[in-house]
Design a protein around this ligand. Structure first.
Ligand SMILES: O=C(O)CCC(=O)C(=O)O
Length: 278
């Protein structure tokens, strides 16, 4: 029996590789989380950047709580089964007028994860309209062979190495996934997706949460971590991230140094250069 998704939502996710939008947080709760991020940014005098964007649940207690929130994990259980790890949390803030964009890509080429389905749940904390540069997806690409990518290192591309699918994308078939604050989209790790620049007057603030079953493995890095958010881990393929007791909790921050660096090494595996985007 499904806990959160409808049968139709699950069918669409399986057959087309995505489902969107899902109402997850009331808008005022999303606004509260955005306010917390922006208070932190005001305090440090800069947007969340570099390695802070990655494994961020180790830096912010509210995010460690969010990855374990039943409103999200129930949907993950419908897709992944009862034993669930959250591998990563990643900030995606696009400043208005910055030109930042995300080229067409499949994350399965870069994350080193194997042995289990991986789902990205992307939460909007501001308006993620077409004008603001919401994500768009190519339905069904998760079922086909991996598409050919090239590392193009464009300065405005938010992806680490500017990886871009160079063949097999038909823009006419792309589907936009606009989100209101507090809504989520779900997509499969193998689904081709992209997003355009933010032409609105406001920042586009989003966080992606990456979930997988406990049986999944890291096939590129020697060591990796993940949070056990539900059920049991009978495999031990990932060191569990600690529960975070406060924002910038020193023990969790120390763990973050290792964990975020490990992911960075995986993301740049085989790349000609490291750009410092993560
Ligand atoms: O935030 C975006 O526009 C792209 C995000 C993305 O590529 C992802 O979540 O996998």
């Amino acid at each position: 029996m499904l806990k959160a998704l409808t049968t139709e939502a699950l069918r669409q996710f399986r057959e087309e590789g995505y489902y969107s939008p899902v109402d997850v947080l009331p808008p005022e709760e999303a606004r509260g989380l955005r306010d917390r991020i922006e208070a932190f940014e005001a305090d440090q005098g800069a947007p969340v950047n570099g390695l802070q964007r990655n494994k961020s649940h180790l830096l912010f207690k509210w995010l460690d709580d969010l990855i374990r929130d039943d409103r999200i994990v129930d949907m993950m259980e419908d897709i992944l089964g009862p034993d669930i790890l959250c591998w990563n949390t990643l900030f995606w803030t696009k400043e208005p007028g910055s030109g930042q964009y995300v080229s067409w890509h499949q994350d399965s080429n870069y994350w080193g994860l194997a042995g289990g389905e991986v789902v990205t749940a992307w939460l909007a904390l501001s308006e993620a309209s077409e004008e603001a540069g919401c994500m768009r997806v190519m339905p069904g690409t998760h079922l086909g062979p991996p598409l050919k990518h090239e590392d193009l290192y464009h300065a405005d591309n938010m992806l680490t190495r500017g990886q871009e699918i160079t063949q097999g994308i038909d823009e006419a078939k792309a589907v936009l996934m606009p989100l209101r604050p507090g809504q989520m989209s779900l997509h499969n790790i193998r689904l081709a997706h992209a997003s355009g620049p933010n032409m609105s007057a406001d920042r586009r603030v989003g966080i992606s949460l990456h979930y997988m079953p406990a049986k999944a493995m890291q096939s590129v890095g020697q060591w990796d971590s993940a949070a056990l958010v539900r059920g049991e881990d009978r495999f031990g393929h990932f060191e569990h991230t600690p529960r975070v007791t406060a924002d910038m909790d020193p023990d969790a921050v120390a763990f973050h140094v290792r964990a975020a660096e490990a992911v960075r090494q995986v993301l740049y595996h085989g790349a000609e250069q490291m750009t410092g985007k993560l």
